[in-house]
Design a protein around this ligand. Structure first.
Ligand code: KIV
Length: 301
């Protein structure tokens, strides 16, 4: 713990040749898949996690550097389709996008476990297709794990991957890549049959070997039940405080968008602050009050 606290005060040296960010002093080891998985232990009839797991999305090297000391996991989510690329959904996100951003996040972090989303169309066809996609992501980014969406239908694929050295994070409940089947991004599990299906999906993904599971956009009692009855840590988003950890899309949490989903808590209002900074800069450029002597080069005396 003392080592981690010291690391919070570390600075980063960027090697401009490789863009690798090296913290100084060099801190301890990265959180591992077994280390993360072991945070949830059997208790009574079910399981519990003493210290909730902190996860945020990151898509760039610099954001990874800033978030890394505070997070157990950084997720290079395919939400980057909307957040970074302005796409209408996660469906058009490509393997190239995930690999480029995944590599940047790994370069900018040293402490958190980095997981990268498998994009739509890169894993659903067969376990073999999924393995080829996951292997490419792991080789090109250096990440420790991949995340893929789906419950019972993906169990065979998850088992195939985990038996071949690919740690998998499952994702059940509201699965944004299935938006065309679901018909929107509303909370899932309002019907008893769908609630039962979500619990069955989580159990199937856990039994298949996922080392942790994201449960997104479900009625609170479903998330609470899943967290208590499955062995791997459950990371909630729009789920329940009883989950073993929480994840948010960082840009939502920082207030970079005017509209945020109901389940997001805004911890800042960066959109407004960036707007103010840009307006001040624009005013100073137009009134020729920037740059000043402090920002201009003069002959050395
Ligand atoms: O793509 C993403 O950012 C995600 C999180 C919302 C869990 O899958």
């Amino acid at each position: 713990m003392a080592q981690l606290e010291a690391a919070f005060m570390s600075t980063f040296t960027i090697d401009t040749a490789t863009s690798r960010a090296t913290p100084s002093p060099v801190p301890g080891k990265r959180i591992t898949v077994p280390g993360l998985r072991a945070r949830k232990i059997p208790a009574g009839d079910g399981y519990r996690t003493e210290q909730p797991i902190v996860m945020l999305t990151a898509y760039t090297m610099r954001m990874a550097q800033l978030l890394d000391p505070h997070c157990d996991m950084l997720l290079v989510g395919d939400s980057l389709g909307q957040v970074i690329y302005g796409l209408p959904s996660t469906i058009p996100v490509t393997m190239e996008m995930m690999c480029a951003h995944g590599a940047a996040v790994v370069r900018g972090s040293w402490h958190a476990l980095v997981a990268v989303d498998m994009p739509f169309g890169s894993y659903e066809g067969s376990p073999e297709q999924a393995f080829a996609g996951a292997a490419r992501i792991m080789k090109e980014t250096g990440c420790a794990a991949v995340k893929l969406e789906g419950g019972e239908a993906m169990a065979e694929t998850i088992a195939f991957l985990t038996h071949r050295g690919v740690p998998v994070i499952g994702h059940v409940g509201l699965t944004p890549q299935a938006v065309n089947i679901l018909g929107g991004y509303g909370a899932r599990g309002r019907e008893a049959s769908e609630a039962q299906k979500i619990v069955a999906d989580a159990r199937a993904v856990a039994d298949a070997g996922a080392f942790c599971i994201v449960v997104e956009g479900v009625l609170e009692q479903i998330a609470t039940e899943v967290a208590a009855c499955v062995a791997p840590p459950i990371i909630g988003i729009g789920a329940s405080t009883e989950c073993d950890g929480q994840v948010l899309v960082t840009d939502d949490m920082l207030g970079l968008f005017e509209r945020t989903p109901r389940f997001v808590k805004r911890y800042d209002d960066l959109a407004a602050r960036i707007g103010e900074a840009a307006a001040t800069y624009a005013g100073e450029v137009r009134s020729r009050t920037f740059p000043t002597a402090d920002q201009t080069y003069r002959p050395k005396p």
